[in-house]
Design a binder for this molecule. Sequence first.
Ligand SMILES: *Cc1c(COP(=O)(O)O)cnc(C)c1O
Length: 375
Amino acid sequence: MEVKSYQDLNVTPRILLGPGPSMVSPRVLNAMSSPTIGHLDPEFLTLMKEVQDLLRFVFQTENELTVPISGTGSAGMEAALSNFIEPGDNVLVAVLGYFGERLYEMAGRYTDNVDRIERPWGEVFDPDEIKTALGQKKYKVLALVHAETSTGVLQKGIAEIAEAAHQQGTLLVMDTVTSLGGMPVEIDNWDVDVAFSATQKSMSGPPGLAPLTVSPRAREVLRNRTTPVGNWYFDLSLLEKYWGDERTYHHTAPINMNYGLRESLRLVAEEGLEERFARHRANAEMLWAGLEDLDLSLMVPEEYRLTTLTTPIVPPGVDALEVRQQLLNNYNLEIAGGFGPLVGKIWRIGLMGYSSRRENVLLLLAALREIFANR
Ligand SMILES: *Cc1c(COP(=O)(O)O)cnc(C)c1O
């Protein structure tokens, strides 16, 4: 059999202003091209400790069980749900959009008893609504999304929600995929039991790892399981032996991805969390003002708007997809459209990590101005 001779890879460096992946610092890409070594090499074991230490810093936690799960954000979600749900357990999912739907669907693979409460896409919960729902039944797990990437909303009141969950003996599982590294996420202060994220959003690495942190309370729940975890790959009772002191082989850690994550995390630490959040806010505010100058209104009210993802409403008569295509083809800029009930109705503009830069905002606004002027 013959195979065509393909050309050298020649990828156009895009300006990524979508909901992820975000742009990756050259420092991270350089780190990733370091030599691959064994997953039990003493040097790699040292690197694992450093990655865990840095992850605890971005999650603002002392949780010992803080690891990068091998896989994208959805792998983190799968780990966060599967380890704490046994068949027959009651689970409550608070759904605000597409990723809340995914939590609901995924939880249903591990138990038949998943209840949901929901708000229309673009809105958030009053913590009291969640508290009331928690009181209806004895739930093992409450799962929700902190920063909903399908709509651009931030669920507030996490500490209050966590407290209410704990009063009922319920664990809080939280998706911080779009918030971690771009907006405050305070796992210990808020007393969140399980949180997961992804490397390619506000942490600004390539996709491929999913940071996960687990509280001592949740570890106790894991230890008290009476059935094995419903999947083998994400079974934390096995994984914690590789990432803990025993260093027992479970699966081969994606070595070079971990080099990249270490560098992404080092960049976060160098910048400082407060400074990083302030940068995301300043650039988002510049974007919001610029979009409003272009007569675009923003779907989400400022009080619960993400600084990492902005969702302007597509004006009547404008083809959302065509504008995105023009941005990509003529300006080398990627933004995203809406999905589900918001297809064609909003754009999703991410300013995450390395993408959150003043010059990117200025370029996008200039491009949009030109596209609208030429219509
Ligand atoms: C992107 C995203 C995910 C899924 O992550 P993948 O890396 O695409 O698997 C989950 N939750 C939220 C909020 C996201 O934005």
